[in-house]
Design a protein around this ligand. Structure first.
Ligand SMILES: [Fe+2]
Ligand SMILES: [Fe+2]
Length: 210
């Protein structure tokens, strides 16, 4: 890949200009890391995120890019996730040590940065939070979490209801997605990441203020 469309500004921040060709190149790179089935999921997340960005006034290119990249590390063998995360200097909590699959999110952000040259901190944060959610989620973080839950390939019971809510109320749809995720983990006697609880509590607390 020769040009990801990254242009450095005098402020040392990066802006991202993703034209169709650049986006196609990124898809080609993602396709080298994940199966065709997961690539279809990632394209679904990317397109859903773009639609949500239009609807709720978020940057469409950031949403599209975070969506296509979010599962870049999802097919890294589970026994490699922890050592690779630690090698990148990712801070790993007890829950993530016990459930290393959660590390595919922060690892994807690091891979996007080091292997694809993505240096947009907002995109990286959205990728990091796509599995657990977290406190102080930005609009982009919320859109990627929700898009991952409701992209067209998702078939779970209740998904159509969340899609309908997502047409008008992002936080309400996100709350439903978090609730379903928590219920699913509880049913499987899994560990709930504190960031997920924090995300849910924060949305509920903010909604009760209105
Ligand atoms: Fe994921
Ligand atoms: Fe995903």
């Amino acid at each position: 890949m020769t040009n990801l469309g990254l242009y450095r500004l005098a402020s040392l921040n990066y802006i991202i200009v993703v034209n169709e060709m650049d986006y196609a190149e990124i898809i080609d790179e993602v396709a080298k890391k994940i199966s065709p089935k997961r690539l279809r999921h990632s394209i679904g997340v990317s397109q859903t995120a773009e639609s949500l960005a239009v609807r709720f006034g978020c940057d469409q290119e950031q949403a599209k890019l975070a969506g296509i990249l979010h599962d870049l590390a999802r097919e890294v063998p589970v026994n490699e996730l922890l050592p690779r995360a630690l090698a990148f200097g990712i801070v790993v909590c007890d829950i993530e040590r016990a459930e290393p699959i959660l590390l595919h999110a922060p690892l994807a952000a690091k891979m996007a940065q080091t292997e694809l040259g993505i240096n947009d901190s907002e995109i990286m944060q959205a990728i990091i939070l796509h599995t657990t959610g977290g406190p102080n989620m930005t609009l982009l973080d919320k859109i990627i979490y929700l898009a991952d839950a409701i992209e067209p390939g998702r078939k779970f019971k209740g998904v159509d209801k969340i899609r309908k809510v997502a047409r008008t109320d992002l936080d309400k749809a996100l709350l439903s997605a978090l609730d379903l995720s928590i219920c699913y983990i509880v049913k499987g006697s899994g560990l709930i990441h504190p960031a997920t609880i924090a995300a849910r509590n924060e949305i509920l607390q903010n909604r009760s203020k209105y």
